[in-house]
Design a protein around this ligand. Structure first.
Ligand code: NI
Length: 171
């Protein structure tokens, strides 16, 4: 397995819409394995293919807590099919926006449909952290970042700080 480079804002690949995948080919399974390795190495709790420069509808997540067994999910073409009107607010961060966190309001509960590694369609209902994480990663596949869900003032401040940090790292 390979640890892939994680793209940071303002990389344009993070703003592109990823394309549907036909099924779990060897190539797709390798990308998902590498994405999982990259996510655990970061460490993070979710990663979308856009974040490693691949415009395919693939995500990996593991939202288990330290006390729980690892629960790695690899999803092909994930899609939110229902979401509640009830909203929840949770603090989010993103491996593509290092060192910045913000509270984000999203539907509390979602039902997601996706293709598993055997090419079968599965459904998953999630709430709490897993629900927010699924919505965050599926947003990535549509070129949407968590900072798009917060105030413009806060968003611009975060983008400015990350750009400044990147410039300083180059010196
Ligand atoms: Ni993210």
């Amino acid at each position: 397995m390979t640890i892939l480079d994680i793209r940071l804002i303002p990389d344009p690949v993070l703003r592109k819409k990823a394309e549907k995948v036909e099924g779990p080919s060897d190539e797709i399974i390798t990308i998902l394995d590498d994405m999982a390795e990259t996510m655990y190495n970061a460490p993070g709790i979710g990663l979308a293919a856009n974040q490693v420069g691949v415009l395919k509808r693939l995500i990996v997540l593991d939202c288990s807590t330290e006390e729980e067994e690892p629960n790695l999910l690899k999803m092909i073409n994930p899609e939110i099919i229902t979401s509640t009107n009830e909203k929840s607010e949770l603090e989010e961060g993103c491996l593509s926006i290092p060192e910045h966190k913000s509270n984000v309001v999203r539907p509390s509960k979602v039902e997601v449909s996706y293709m598993n590694l055997n090419g079968e369609t599965e459904k998953l209902t999630a709430e709490g952290l897993l629900s927010a994480c699924l919505q965050h990663e599926i947003d990535h596949l549509n070129g949407i970042l968590f900072i798009d869900h917060i105030s413009r003032l806060k968003r611009d401040m975060i983008i400015r700080k990350v750009k400044k940090q990147l410039r300083e790292n180059e010196k």
